[in-house]
Design a protein around this ligand. Sequence first.
Ligand code: SF4
Length: 61
Amino acid sequence: MVHKIVVDQDKCIGCGACEAICPDSFKMSGGKARTVKAEVEELTCEKEAVSECPVDAISVS
Ligand code: SF4
């Protein structure tokens, strides 16, 4: 099953936590987090990034 990862650019405060936790999927750019891989087959560290994001800016489906 393919999971989509989305960072809400309006919510992201650029703390860098998601990149630190899961650099394969998130990269900071212009003070915001962007998705490196917008889709993954299996969620691994992405789930931790979701739970650690202080503003709930990351969603996976
Ligand atoms: S953890 Fe959340 S607020 Fe921090 S950079 Fe990532 S998406 Fe933005």
